[in-house]
Write a protein that binds this ligand. Structure first.
Ligand code: 3HC
Length: 301
């Protein structure tokens, strides 16, 4: 099915509470956005309390940063903090109208997460996945009600990047799609409806750029030569800064997914996997300013 235009906004369900599954950096970033823009309770869960606490601590720190930058008053900061709860108790998702996940990018993990949460949530709750390149339809394969699932793909850094890809599967109902479009609007993001196809639109294009940049390195061109050569195209970051921003493991996974789906069109990068194991690519000073490439990373390629 081709992506439909957005169905009637009148079909959208009201969102009075949001559930977030996963308390990693991506999930914590969008949990903050939900609480800031929707002003509804947001409950966050993860595998254990330590992960949950880390996510909630990140949100609290970001609320302090917003207050310090005078983007919000201290009263607003207190209100936002009061709306965020972390828990390992899935029963707290029972009255959530919108539940979104950003757990590990592995099909089986996401399928099981949704199949489990469906036992706790209301029959008309909407489910969303922030998957970056897995099939949304397959993610919903173990759901009793796959029509309530939609892809809702944010970009890093969530607070700054203006786009959300809303991924429409053949099963996604008009009510679900309409709710997703209205939610994206309330988050003040531009939403585009995309087909449920590997990489959707953005990562398909990005995988090409990042994959070619890594391939140039893998075949002997130094990192800085690649960066300098494409600088005139005006990207806000070099491909290697972008890989570090999204996470080297996530980047390697995105390239793998594309290579698996279209082996004749996308490279796999063994070196990116090795760099991901090494953990860093760029060398930064104490303030995070980039000084150059990490010496260990340079030895790997
Ligand atoms: N996290 C949170 N906020 C950040 C941030 C980060 N990592 N980096 C920058 N910001 C915020 C800053 O705090 C600042 O906010 P403020 O205006 O409230 O103070 C604002 O962004 C602008 O920051 P700066 O002026 O310091 O920085 P730049 O002008 O250099 O812009 C950038 C930084 C917005 C990150 C820009 O370099 C950029 O657009 N880079 C490309 C990012 C991109 O392509 N993202 C998509 C990645 S793909 C993806 O996420 C999909 C996934 O599935 C793989």
């Amino acid at each position: 099915k081709r992506p439909a235009g957005a169905p009637d906004k009148a079909l959208a369900r009201p969102i009075r509470k949001v559930g977030v599954i996963g308390a990693g950096l991506m999930a914590s970033q969008f949990a903050l956005l939900f609480v800031r823009r929707l002003r509804v309770p947001v409950v966050i869960t993860d595998l254990d309390q330590a992960r949950v606490d880390k996510g909630v601590a990140y949100i609290h720190d970001e609320i302090i940063a917003l207050e310090t930058k005078k983007r919000i008053t201290s009263d607003e900061a207190n209100r936002l903090r009061a709306l965020v709860t972390g828990t390992t108790d899935k029963a707290q998702f029972a009255d959530a109208d919108w539940v979104i996940e950003a757990v590990f990018e592995e099909l089986g993990v996401k399928q099981d997460v949704f199949a489990e949460i469906e036992k706790f949530i209301a029959p008309d709750a909407i489910l969303a996945t922030n998957t970056s390149s897995l099939s949304v339809e397959q993610i919903g394969a173990k759901l009793s009600h796959p029509e309530r699932l939609v892809g809702f793909h944010f970009f890093n850094p969530v607070a700054v990047m203006p786009l959300i890809e809303v991924v429409n599967t053949p099963q996604t109902s008009d009510v679900t799609l309409s709710t997703a479009m209205v939610v994206a609007g309330k988050l003040k993001k531009n939403a585009v409806i995309t087909r449920d196809t590997p990489g959707f639109v953005v990562n398909r294009v990005l995988a090409k750029v990042l994959g070619e940049a890594m391939h140039a390195v893998d075949t002997g061109t130094p990192f800085d030569v690649v960066s300098e050569a494409i600088a005139p195209f005006g990207l806000p970051m070099t491909p290697f800064e972008l890989l570090e921003l999204v996470g080297l493991k996530v980047g390697a996974h995105v390239l793998d997914t594309h290579h698996a789906a279209f082996p004749d069109r996308f490279f796999e990068s063994t070196n990116l996997h090795r760099l991901a194991e090494h953990g860093k690519l760029l060398d930064r000073d104490a303030k995070g300013k980039i000084k150059g490439y990490d010496k260990g990373a340079l030895k790997i390629v």
